[in-house]
Design a protein around this ligand. Structure first.
Ligand code: BT5
Length: 257
């Protein structure tokens, strides 16, 4: 079931479905067939929502589940920053619509409120040699999801749980696409702007964390984020270690003082 709506570059074409296995899968196929940058696939419900690696994404009715097709002019090693861009765009949209909520980004791809995950980002990139053919930015926002099954109920939240009110999906989608479009095009001219925004929402700067990576576990103090979306960790040995978004995830050790 397709519905095409004319908007800005992001969301100029929106394919809306009642139910899909995963919006990322459909967006990937559309991109392979040549769909333009900014095309969006949105589903009211997903039966096989995907997280990173082999993680699942719980996607009942009430949430906003969508994928955005990007054709970034970057080499494949630069696509790491797309996770941070996605999380920052969502955080800016929540902050704009609900300024009383203290929304934060938990590196690399979680958007959290009071340390509970309200949204996540999944990037899939298709490359040809070192060139990026296209990227799919999958975004899941727990908008009007009232309940989560255990064990998600301990780690997840939604905007309806935090505010007590339901939010228009259309309004939230438009606002998020606008923030993402601004960040995406402005960061091609000035990468610092994205970094500054991401830092301002970061829940980890100055915190002691444990990062689980494919190379093993690293403990240390989060010193900074860098332009690739990498986390700069000062290890207990005093050495610095940079970890890219696709290489690790956080297990926090102590709250911010
Ligand atoms: C993510 O992965 O956070 C990426 C989420 C991307 C979802 C969107 S929805 C539209 C598009 N189509 C798709 O099929 N996917 C994208 P990750 O960092 O790996 O987090 C996954 C983990 O978060 C799971 O292992 C659960 O612990 C938890 N989780 C699952 N569903 C959740 C939800 N609805 N809210 C909060 N946490 C959830």
């Amino acid at each position: 079931m397709n519905q095409k709506v004319k908007r800005g570059v992001f969301g100029k074409e929106i394919y809306h479905y009642f139910c899909l296995e995963s919006t990322n899968k459909v967006a990937y196929l559309l991109a392979k067939k040549g769909a333009e940058e900014g095309t969006v696939v949105v589903a009211d419900e997903q039966t096989q929502g995907e997280g990173r690696g082999d993680h699942y994404w719980y996607s009942p009715q009430g949430g906003l589940w969508f994928s955005l097709i990007l054709r970034p002019r970057m080499i494949s090693s630069e696509t790491s920053r797309l996770s941070i861009l996605g999380a920052t765009g969502i955080a800016m949209s929540i902050d704009r619509l609900f300024s009383s909520l203290k929304v934060r980004i938990r590196w690399p791809n979680d958007v959290v409120i009071k340390d509970k995950k309200v949204a996540g980002v999944l990037i899939k990139v298709r490359t040809e040699r070192s060139d990026v053919n296209f990227a799919i930015m999958g975004i899941g926002v727990n908008l009007n999801v009232r309940e989560f099954p255990s064990p998600l109920s301990f780690i997840a939240t939604s905007l309806i749980k935090e505010t007590g009110d339901s939010t228009s999906k259309k309004r939230f989608l438009e606002s998020t696409l606008e923030e993402l479009e601004n960040l995406y095009f402005s960061s091609q001219v000035n990468g610092h702007m994205l970094l500054e925004k991401a830092r301002s929402f970061s829940s980890l700067l100055g915190r002691q964390v444990e990062v689980i990576t494919t190379e093993g576990k690293f403990q240390g103090l989060v010193q900074d984020l860098d332009e690739d979306g990498g986390l700069i960790l000062r290890l207990e040995s005093g050495l610095h270690k940079k970890i890219l978004p696709e290489e690790g995830c956080i297990k926090e050790r102590s709250p911010k003082i």
